[in-house]
Design a protein around this ligand. Structure first.
Ligand code: SAH
Length: 389
């Protein structure tokens, strides 16, 4: 295994256990290293600091361990066991729930790895070539830890590693026909990890959908950016009188309608294919509850200002038009927009709309998307439940 040394004055963040080592911190030439290789990282005097996956990129090393241990099959198995035991302790495998995130990258000390579980199938998404190089170890580790409850492992990294044209999405263990039915809070969802966005479903809104259910009885709801309709289903399950689901993607609406159908909620549901930003300018109907869950408006810091304007506009439209006493569930999954900035943006939207707004709940990502305390960048999903007088 190759070793790279860190500049004398650049070791602080590693000693603080931040899992990313930037290329500028490396003292040695990295020309002879290949993408995905496991490397040992030392200080200028050659003392061990960390071990991780190298890549020719701004984030040059993603640290897997700050201890001097082998990164082998046993390493992956024990890291996966730790991650899965944690999910078991969260009661995420029940008759009512068969969907959860088993591995959340840095939050599980496995940077570059996401594993989502859908009622027997684990969908593995690698964000680094080092993780992809270990897909067999990862799959074997999942089989060893999950035992009979695992029927298939699907590798889905062609979108996240576009630099490698040879990476194809495929089953690495077993096989499961898609779409496949899995459950969240007792509602059935038809999930297709092969053709769907990300790993097939947005698991990170599970607890926020449950909360929406509590507010929904007898209410008329508009769910914008609905994707497969997760929020709509929880509102319908908990007695919403009518739910309209909106997405700009026809495919997403087809998915939503299928999910509404398999739960028997068709008589209280309608769908709209439209651009939410345009549609929200002048709503043709009034609503008691509006959900705003757009995709990340800013993926980089340089885009942050424009993103803020987008969130403000979208929220101002909702605040202006919602029924008196109405409730808005509003979210941002842009990592570069932190919760304070997001709150301020919603306050600015309220000022622009000229109505009184109260913050009822402050929302975030669920516990199966944990945030490594030494990697605050892992906090990305934030939301508010607001009431408009
Ligand atoms: N709320 C969803 C996840 C949203 S993902 C859930 O609970 O599962 C973001 C969704 O926004 C995607 O389905 C995407 O198709 C949709 N989208 C992106 N831009 C849009 C736009 N301008 N108007 C409406 N929908 C949009």
């Amino acid at each position: 295994m190759k070793t790279i040394r860190i500049h004398k004055h650049k070791t602080d963040s590693i000693l603080r256990r931040h899992p990313w080592i930037f290329s500028g911190a490396i003292a040695d030439s990295t020309d002879d290293l290949s993408d995905g290789e496991t490397v040992t990282v030392t200080d200028a005097k050659g003392r061990f600091l960390a071990r991780g996956h190298f890549q020719h990129a701004t984030i040059a090393v993603r640290v897997l361990s700050f201890e001097d241990v082998e990164i082998d099959a046993a390493f992956f198995q024990s890291a996966l066991k730790r991650a899965i035991e944690l999910r078991k302790s969260m009661q995420l495998f029940t008759k009512e729930n068969s969907i959860c995130r088993l591995v959340h990258g840095e939050g599980d000390s496995l940077p570059g790895l996401v594993v989502d579980f859908y009622n027997g199938t684990a969908v593995v998404q690698c964000h680094s070539l080092g993780m992809y190089a270990n897909i067999e170890h990862i799959s074997n580790g999942l089989i060893a830890v999950l035992g009979k409850s695992l029927k298939a492992v699907y590798s889905k990294s062609s979108d996240t590693l576009p630099q490698r044209a040879d990476i194809v999405d495929a089953y690495v263990y077993g096989k499961c026909e898609t779409p496949h039915i899995a459950k969240e809070h007792g509602v059935s969802l038809s999930i297709d990890w092969v053709t769907g966005q990300k790993t097939g479903f947005f698991i990170d809104q599970r607890e926020n959908r449950f909360l929406l259910g509590k507010y929904s009885e007898g209410k008329k709801v508009l769910n914008t950016f609905c994707y497969s309709g997760g929020f709509s289903l929880l509102a319908l399950k908990h007695g919403a009188s009518l739910v309209h689901s909106l997405d700009s993607s026809k495919k997403a609406i087809v998915l939503t309608e299928e999910n509404v159908r398999i739960n028997g909620f068709e008589d209280r549901h309608g769908s709209i294919v439209a651009d939410a930003m345009e549609y929200m300018k002048d709503l043709p109907e009034d609503y008691d509850i509006i959900i705003l869950d757009p995709p990340a408006f800013a993926k980089h810091r340089e885009k942050r200002h424009k993103a803020i304007q987008g969130y403000k506009r979208l929220n101002a439209h909702a605040i202006r038009q919602i029924k008196p006493g109405g409730i808005i569930f509003t979210f941002s999954c842009s990592q570069v927009v932190d919760k304070y900035l997001f709150n301020n943006t919603i306050i600015a939207a309220a000022i622009e709309a000229g109505r009184n707004v109260r913050i009822l709940e402050q929302l975030h990502q669920p516990a199966d998307h944990p945030i490594n305390a030494f990697h605050p960048e892992g906090e990305y999903l934030k939301g508010l439940v607001i009431q408009v007088d």
